[in-house]
Design a protein around this ligand. Structure first.
Ligand SMILES: Nc1nc2c(c(=O)[nH]1)N[C@H]1C(S)=C(S)[C@@H](COP(=O)(O)OP(=O)(O)OC[C@H]3O[C@@H](n4cnc5c(=O)[nH]c(N)nc54)[C@H](O)[C@@H]3O)O[C@H]1N2
Ligand SMILES: Nc1nc2c(c(=O)[nH]1)N[C@H]1C(S)=C(S)[C@@H](COP(=O)(O)OP(=O)(O)OC[C@H]3O[C@@H](n4cnc5c(=O)[nH]c(N)nc54)[C@H](O)[C@@H]3O)O[C@H]1N2
Ligand SMILES: [Mo]
Length: 779
């Protein structure tokens, strides 16, 4: 088919991985690191090296060789860059000037080297001594009339040690306000799974993938976001385990993969097909698909049993271990195939085929990512996946289970050690017992509630342990204004980003940038070199030792910075901050005292691959209200992304990651596997959906959000995107995050978990009002 030539838009014909991936690594290294640093890539995820700061996919326990990962290499080289953002840099560039740069350019300037404070008189950040910064931050926090007027954000790169001290400090100070990147990510998992199976984490181990008979993959893009998973999927594909994918976009890595670690694949040129079945579900249609699969399964089971055959369900498991089966059956009976086909966008025959694969597998694993959680009904989506697994008894035995693909490399660990706005009373009791502090008992703010409080002037201070909160959140304008209105902003960070530029200019408003060590760097404290610990997606806890020299002699570690702020804020603190920071194994001892699961923490983490935090669900112990695993149903009529009245047939937009980004960190403007080069101003739409609107591939379009909470008199419009005809489900569209965040309202979230609906945005497309001038493409 001949299609219009559009600069930067092509088609990628190859598999995921392959030589393209090797070339990309070479480029990342050439651009960022010197030769010496390059050798440290060999230490990533090794017993004596550091944990990859990329994704949370586990390391193969028996693997000894460096497991290749293009995007891990980008993450490492981005942190280990030779470029520096020094006080001289800030003297040369005012904050207003830096604001004009794009996100890529801000971080590209390199690593932050000095603690800085904003000077409103000159509009520049100026250097400040660490102790002065701590003293001023402490005074500002102490002067707030109520500790609940401060927000303590954490992004999931912080180690267990840093995160534990952080929550200890904020709780001794007096608040449970812990907005966290998890609130934007897997909160639907953290809320949904405990109700279903009594634990808010996955239940599988990496070894389970060696034993499973089928893998179902919902809404995640491993080639970009957890590339080391491709080795696992490839191994399953090679032993002919069916892999069933539900994704509105054809993602190349889920179609086929050529392993850069396989000389045969690389030279002879054969890629391994990954998905055996690829179903392009409509955005927001997963719950309908899963209901359809369960409906088909029940029908097939009834037929088989009527003919005297064995049940397709695990009847013993359902009887002994679950509650709510009858309610589930009734809900499925009430759900028509018409409804299922309409909402999912898939024909009944496809869903029945998927159910057939499920029925024929003795051991099933379901993997899922943001395509499931970031919806208005994310929690209910997660619970439907759990329902499906429970029907076959696929939780708590070898080769089976649920596998949420977590985001940041230690986001799961941060939660485990107490970063949560809804702490359990038992945990707070332990914290009080171990430290002699008084912990606040009322719930705090998650990310949406924190932004609302800052917007409305109820919160006046924000401390960020990493991340880029207002850029990652919906409705940047509202969030930017909220941060600019604060009395105090503290950013503990490795690299400059837009959040740091949201400064208040009135007398008394304070903004600080406190530069910290990254995970790749040596961390030496009073008793000598330190290591930290992290927990991956599969609950493996292991240690990480940085080896590179720090980017600047002025950097401090995250635990040391948290302790510095804590001491200055709480002169009467009950905690021996200096003692803990002097030797991180003492922090681990305290973690062990607070959380019994961490028994013999220091000893066990010293083993080469660390240890696993077992959860009760893995043993089929159900810590739920009923004491059983629960089949949970929800009102499916409420489960679709809703457009405002009068908007007929909107498309539903998902915001997604390109291959060259890590969340708000943009490494480059290519999205290789989707055929995009040198630009990010694109929207992927089905060719027929374009034609139905009088548009075609390459046209410039404006995108208006029309969710039920959006008002025509305050339109949310993203202008001048290039419409790219793409292999995507009808009725669905996709554009890049964070550029498209202005299309999501702060009030547009899953009511049960607070997860923003980044992937269910009803939109209308129009030809660009500007007349469609194309913009230059840069690489
Ligand atoms: N290199 C790199 N690695 C990363 C990150 C990164 O930005 N870059 N981010 C990290 C973080 S914090 C996270 S949370 C993870 C994110 O990892 P993913 O969950 O893979 O993230 P996304 O790119 O947001 O999109 C997920 C996929 O969901 C699909 N999708 C969208 N809507 C739907 C839907 O309604 N149903 C279904 N079934 N699919 C849908 C999209 O087509 C896309 O393939 O990755 C982590 N790892
Ligand atoms: N529209 C839309 N929005 C989304 C999403 C989406 O899919 N669509 N995804 C959401 C998800 S899943 C997530 S997790 C959030 C991500 O939200 P965040 O975690 O807040 O954002 P990041 O972009 O990962 O943060 C990048 C910054 O972290 C700092 N940093 C990097 N390494 C370190 C370190 O080791 N220590 C410290 N202290 N700082 C460090 C650097 O300064 C860098 O600029 O975004 C969410 N927003
Ligand atoms: Mo995430």
């Amino acid at each position: 088919m001949g299609r219009k030539d559009v600069p930067g838009i092509g088609e990628y014909g190859g598999p995921a991985g392959g030589w393209g991936a090797l070339q990309a690594v070479a480029k990342a290294l050439r651009g960022e690191m010197n030769a010496h640093s390059t050798t440290i890539l060999l230490q990533v995820n090794q017993p004596t090296g550091f944990d990859c700061p990329g994704c949370a996919w586990p390391d193969p326990r028996h693997g000894s060789s460096f497991e290749f990962c293009e995007n891990g290499a980008k993450a490492v080289s981005w942190e280990a860059t030779n470029k520096r953002v020094t006080p001289e840099f800030f003297a040369q560039h005012s904050v207003s000037e830096l604001w004009q740069r794009d996100d890529f350019n801000l971080e590209f300037e390199g690593r932050l080297t000095h603690p800085m404070v904003y000077d409103a008189a000159t509009d520049h950040y100026v250097p400040i001594a660490w102790d002065d910064a701590f003293a001023r931050i402490g005074a500002a926090l102490r002067s707030l009339p109520d500790p609940d007027m401060a927000e303590f954000y954490a992004s999931g790169r912080a180690s267990n040690e840093a995160a534990f001290l952080y929550q200890l400090f904020a709780r001794e100070y007096g608040t449970n306000n812990f907005p966290d990147c998890s609130n934007m990510c897997h909160e639907a998992t953290s809320v949904g799974l405990p109700e279903s199976i009594g634990v808010g984490k996955g239940t599988v181990s990496l070894e389970d993938f060696d034993h499973c008979d089928a893998i179902f993959s919902f809404g995640h893009n491993p080639g970009t976001n957890h590339p080391r998973m491709l080795a696992t999927l490839r191994a399953a594909a090679l032993r002919h385990a069916p892999i069933v994918v539900f994704n509105p976009l054809k993602e190349r890595s889920l179609e086929r993969f050529k392993s850069p670690q396989s000389p045969v694949e690389m030279t002879v040129g054969k890629a391994v097909p990954i998905a055996t079945h690829y179903y392009q579900v409509r955005i927001g249609g997963d719950s309908a698909v899963v209901k359809g699969m369960m409906k088909a399964l029940l029908a097939a089971d009834a037929r088989q049993v009527a003919q005297g055959g064995p049940s397709l369900l695990d009847r013993d498991f359902i009887r002994d271990h679950t509650s709510g089966f009858a309610t589930l059956v009734a809900d499925l009976d009430n759900t028509s195939w018409d409804e299922i086909e309409r909402v999912s966008g898939l024909p009944r025959a496809d869903i029945e085929m998927a159910a057939d694969v499920y029925a024929n597998a003795k051991r099933v694993i379901i993997c899922y990512g943001m395509g499931i959680t970031q919806h208005r009904h994310g929690t209910s989506n997660v619970q439907q996946l759990a329902n499906l697994l429970l029907l076959g008894g696929h939780i708590g035995r070898e080769g089976a289970g649920i596998c949420p693909l977590r985001g940041h490399s230690n986001v799961q660990g941060d939660r485990t050690v107490g970063i949560t706005e809804i702490p359990s009373q038992g945990f707070l009791d332990s914290l009080e017992r171990v430290f002699g502090i008084k912990a606040p008992r009322h719930h705090g703010h998650g990310a949406v509630a924190a932004l609302e409080a800052m917007r409305d002037g109820r919160s006046k201070a924000l401390v960020c342990l990493g991340g880029n909160l207002p850029v990652a959140m919906p409705d940047p304008q509202a969030c930017f204004d909220a941060i600019r209105g604060l009395d105090l902003c503290v950013h503990i960070a490795t690299k400059l980003n837009r959040s740091h530029l949201l400064v208040g200019k009135k007398a008394g408003q304070l903004s600080f940038i406190l530069p910290c060590l990254g995970r790749t760097e040596r961390d030496v404290q009073a008793t000598g070199p330190q290591s930290v610990t992290v927990e991956d997606s599969m609950s493996m806890v292991h240690s990480s030792h940085g080896t590179l020299p720090p980017a600047s002699e002025h950097l401090r570690s995250e635990p040391a910075i948290v302790a510095g702020i804590a001491k200055a804020t709480l002169p009467q603190s009950k905690v021996d901050w200096d003692g803990l920071v002097a030797d991180y194994s003492r922090i681990r001892d305290k973690i062990e005292q607070v959380f019994p699961d961490f028994d013999h923490y220091n000893e066990r983490v010293a083993q080469p691959r660390g240890f696993r935090l077992e959860s009760p669900a893995m043993r089929r112990e159900w810590r739920t209200r009923t004491g059983k695993a629960n089949f949970l149903v929800s009102d499916s009529r409420r489960e679709r992304p809703l457009a405002r009245p009068g908007e007929d047939d909107p498309l539903v937009l998902a915001t997604i990651r390109s291959h060259d980004q890590y969340n708000t960190t943009i490494y480059g403007k290519n999205d290789r596997y989707r055929g995009v080069t040198g630009r990010r101003d694109v929207i992927f739409v089905h060719e027929d959906d374009l034609a139905a609107r009088g548009l075609e591939h390459g046209d410039m379009v404006d995108v208006e959000a029309v969710a039920e909470c959006d008002h025509p008199d305050q339109p949310r419009i993203l202008r001048n995107l290039v419409a790219v005809a793409f292999d995507i489900a009808r009725g669905s569209a996709a554009a890049y995050y964070p550029e498209a965040n202005g299309l999501v309202a702060l009030s547009n979230y899953d009511e049960r978990s607070g997860t923003p609906s980044y992937k269910s945005i009803p939109i209308v497309l129009r030809r660009a009002a500007s007349g469609g001038q194309d913009r230059a493409v840069t690489d």
